[in-house]
Design a protein around this ligand. Structure first.
Ligand code: SF4
Length: 114
């Protein structure tokens, strides 16, 4: 099975990114495809360059662990995980780096500018 990921950015991935690993994990589970029959092709349109990645069981273990950790982090900010009720606003630290906030899509809401 070949999974193509089209890229237009300037970055060329040397190794298997978490994003691509998630695609492989999904395909393996959804269509019951052995990992060694999956090839991830990252095609960068800007450089007209294709990078091919195989996916090892170890990659999938690492990505599953990363996803579980990320879910745990997000759930730690909920007062009611079942109903997805967040803790009060003061539990969410604001980013101090103004350069980051300047590019943030939620800036107006976050700063009460609406
Ligand atoms: S503006 Fe965006 S990045 Fe900055 S603190 Fe608010 S939500 Fe976070």
């Amino acid at each position: 099975m070949f999974i193509y990921d089209w890229k237009t950015g300037k970055s060329l991935h040397e190794d298997l990114s978490i994003q691509l690993g998630c695609y492989a994990l999904y395909a393996a589970r959804k269509w019951d495809v052995p990992l060694d029959r999956i090839r991830i092709i990252e095609f960068n349109l800007l450089y007209n360059k294709a990078s091919s990645f195989a996916v090892a069981e170890e990659d999938v273990q690492n990505i599953t662990g990363y996803m579980r950790g990320s879910m745990k982090d997000m759930q730690s900010l909920l007062i009611d995980v079942q109903n997805n009720i967040p803790l009060d606003e003061e539990h969410f630290r604001k980013v101090e780096d103004e350069r980051v906030s300047l590019r943030c899509n939620f800036r107006k809401v976050c700063r009460g500018e609406v």
